[in-house]
Every structure is written in C-alpha cells, then in structure tokens.
Write a protein that binds this ligand. Structure first.
Ligand code: BG6
Length: 464
C-alpha cells in the first residue's frame, strides 16, 4: 500500500501580515504590507492616524495564538509554517539593535508550539519588508539592504537557535517580477534591469543567510521558497513547447541559483537579449555558492502557454498570468484546479535539484457560508485537498523525497492578492468579514475533522 513516510510533517502555513494584526504594537514599524491595504497589487497608501486596513487587526493572531495553536494541535499538526515580521524586530530596518518586545513575542509563540509538540518552519521574509528601507534606501535596489537583512536573519538565528531548526529565506522569491513592491520594495513601473538588480541582491542575501544559518545552527536546515508556477504548452506545436520551457525557466531561474549556486546560461542570454545590465561582483559570485538544503514551494494552479499572440488571453492567478487550460475547472477566484499537476511539479523539481522538497502552501480559497447551525460544510475543500494529497502520495511512490505538507491558511486569514477575508482557506472559520465586522470567534469547519483524520492515519484515510 502506498503511504507517507513515518516522519512526514503535516500542518499548515501562514504569514505574519495576514494573521497577526497588532500592526503597530510593541514597537513594530510599518511594512510594505501595511502600506498596501488593498493587497499586493494595490496602490501604496500613506498611513495617517485614525485610518484602518483589514490587515491592521487581521485575525488577531498576535493576541489569540494560544487558542489557535490549541486547535492546530487538536488536528494533530506536527508542523506550523509561520513568518517573522521583520518590522517587529527592526522597525525601520536599519537599526543597529533589535526591538526586544518583538523578539519576545516570537519566543512566546515558539514556546507555545513546543508545548504542543509542533515543529516551527519559519520564513524570514514573507511578502513584507520595512517601509523605512523602501523609503530611505530604495528597497532591494540598494546593495545595503543585503547587510540589513543579514543582520536581521543573524539576530533570529542567535535568538531562536534552540527553538527553530527549519527555516526558509524569501517567500515566493520569483514573484518580484510580478509585484515588485511586495517582492523587492521597488515601485510599479520599475525597469527590468532595476528589478533584476534588486532580485540579484536578494539572491545574494538569501545565500548569505544560508551560510550564516549553517554556521550558527549546524543542526538546522534552511530552504528556499518558490511559487511553483508550472506551465503546460497549450498545444504540441514546437513553438509552444519552446515558449513553455522559457516560461517555466522564468521561475526555475530562482531555484537554479539557490540550488546550484550560479546563474544559468539561459538567464545570461535572456539578460543579453533584453539589454538587462546587472552588477555582479566577485564577492557575490562567491556568496551564491552557499546553496539551500531543501526546496519548498507553493502550489495552487497550473496554466498554459502559447506562442500564438492572438490566443494569448490572460487569465490571472494572484501573481502569474496564463492561458486557461480547457481541461480544468476553476475556483471561485478563477484559479484552475489541477491535482495531477502537483505530482508533475514534484517530479520535475526532484529531477532538477535532487534535494528534499517541502510543499509549504496549497489550498482552496472559497467563500464559505456557515449553515443554520453555524457549521461550514466545506466538502469542496475536502475534495480539493484530498485530490492533491493523493498526488503527493503518488509522487512519493515515484521516488520523490518529500519532507512535509503545510496547507495554506489552516485558519481563515486576509488574502494576499486582494486583502479580503471572504476568500477563506481555513479548517477553522473566523468570524470577521471584509468590512472588519465580526467577533473574531473561531469555529471548526467540516474539513477540520477530515484533516485530523488524515493526519492521525498518516494519509491512509485519503480517498483515492
Ligand atoms: C501565495 C502567498 O502566493 O498565495 C500567500 O505566499 C497567499 O501569502 C497565497 O496568501 C494565496 O493567495 P491569496 O491571494 O488567495 O491570499
């Protein structure tokens, strides 16, 4: 019988800015996320006293984490992926000393997880950076940001070395091409050269903190995090196939640098062909040689690529544009559902990198409506997750080394792309709506009990 490995990590994942709230508490500074109340594609809005954004409170995890962790433990989680808000530790990004209150919060959080036997997987940077670094330094466009980030990461490694043994550098590092402010702190309309220069700085920073992590916590493992944007050719026309290869390389490039330690030739050609000039020093080349221990990624959807411009209708996920696949159905938000694609992607990444893989995001955003008894009967979510997990099991049977699965948003949270609460991913319903109304009370959905059973049986209860 096909099974999951004995020590497979099961759990959920989220980002500080989508759950914590408390956006100015205990010395926290403003982040890029705080400046984009309408989400990662929305405009920058200057914050003024008395204004408000849904994310300012989010689901109030900052104050309610003990209650939430208890529910995760009830489901049997062995792992929880969280991120640290950089601005709780270095409010403007360029301070020489960290904010003790921010560090103390994550101490409490990690202690609470430990008390429930839940392993933390910690993302250093998930869709936010200090606004101070954007305003005064030009974000990742400035080489100095590498130093600020390394100081921040080293502060976390030193403080939590006994508590956190699994780390990730940058969430969906390939998304900067599509949302430059969120990704690299550059304004919309930045040129390709500016964006790739900032990306280069981020890749160097990623490699430098991989090295720091290995030195400071030798028994820890640190990975990268890609938006696994698997593309299929729309047809078998050779032009479509070549274009698809190139499209897939536009995100694989990040993994290639982070896993192999050098820029791939196809990227150097892309830079040449597009007159993209990047300053890369000898020290950068040396730094890039520190490669990650494992590869993590998010997986929500796939799309198609065509060389035929006339057919190039754009369908949008939260980050990538793609041609719709006529063989797939879509979620309420237009994301095409493709469980089999997850098996393909897992095999593709394993073939390419031969490093353990970690699925750190996957899930269905839906407009859940509680029934008369107040219960969300989310059979659609159960079906979605079941079908994806069946394909994870198939990939394991194919010989792919997979560390674990943390589905996105185990508790409802504020969505990244449009900053909505009506797009729900959770096993746990949170009583709060898009206008901010609600008690913030937590309630178990039907999927809560389903996931609990999946974890308890280590996947044996899956259907299929
Ligand atoms: C990923 C991000 O892109 O997708 C998450 O890492 C995000 O932060 C998730 O929330 C789902 O996207 P959305 O827009 O539905 O929140």
């Amino acid at each position: 019988m096909k099974t999951f490995p004995k020590d497979f990590l099961w759990g959920g994942a989220f980002a500080a800015n989508q759950v914590e709230g408390a956006y100015l508490e205990e010395g926290k500074g403003l982040s890029t996320s705080d400046m984009q109340p309408q989400g990662i594609f929305g405009p920058v809005v200057e914050r003024v006293p008395g204004d408000s954004s849904l994310k300012d409170v989010a689901i109030d995890f900052y104050h309610r984490y003990p209650e939430d962790i208890k529910l995760f433990a009830e489901m049997g989680f062995s792992c929880l992926r969280v991120s640290v808000a950089w601005t709780r530790i270095f409010p403007d990004g360029d301070e020489s000393q960290p904010n003790e209150a921010g560090l103390a919060f994550y101490d409490r959080l990690f202690d609470e997880l430990a008390a429930h036997g839940i392993t933390p997987l910690v993302t250093l940077s998930h869709y936010e950076m200090p606004w101070g670094l954007v305003k005064h330094y030009g974000g990742w466009g400035n080489r100095q940001t590498i130093t600020f980030f390394e100081r921040y990461a080293r502060t976390l490694f030193a403080r939590y070395k006994e508590k956190v043994k699994l780390w990730l550098t940058f969430n969906e590092i390939n998304m900067s091409l599509h949302a430059p402010l969120t990704g690299v702190g550059l304004p919309e309309g930045s040129s390709k050269s500016e964006i790739y220069q900032a990306i280069h700085h981020q890749l160097v920073a990623s490699a430098r903190v991989v090295k720091a992590c290995h030195e400071m916590i030798p028994d820890a493992r640190i990975g990268n995090m890609l938006l696994g944007g698997l593309m299929y050719p729309l047809t078998c026309k050779p032009e479509d196939v070549l274009k698809t290869l190139q499209e897939n390389r536009s995100w694989q490039f990040f993994g290639d640098v982070q896993c192999r330690g050098v820029y791939p030739g196809y990227m150097l050609r892309y830079f040449r062909d597009n007159q993209i000039q990047i300053a890369i020093t000898e020290a950068d080349r040396e730094a890039l040689k520190s490669t990650v221990d494992f590869v993590s990624f998010s997986y929500y959807m796939t799309g198609c690529v065509t060389a035929d411009e006339a057919l190039n209708k754009q369908a949008r996920g939260n980050v990538l544009s793609m041609v719709p696949n006529p063989h797939l159905i879509s979620s309420e938000w237009g994301w095409q559902i493709d469980p089999l694609g997850l098996r393909t992607l897992l095999n593709m990444l394993w073939d390419r990198y031969q490093k353990p893989l970690f699925i750190v995001e996957n899930g269905l955003g839906a407009n859940d409506k509680p029934d008369a008894e107040g219960v969300v009967q989310d059979d659609y979510r159960i079906r979605y997750l079941n079908d994806h997990l069946v394909q994870v099991r198939e990939a394991i049977d194919d010989g792919v080394d997979i560390i674990g699965y943390t589905c996105w948003g185990p508790i409802d949270l504020v969505s990244a792309s449009r900053a909505e609460l009506s797009k729900r991913y959770g096993f746990i319903y949170v009583d709060r709506d898009d206008s901010g109304k609600g008690t913030l009370a937590r309630r178990r959905k039907k999927s809560f009990y389903w996931y609990k059973e999946v974890i308890a049986t280590n996947g044996a209860s899956l259907d299929g």
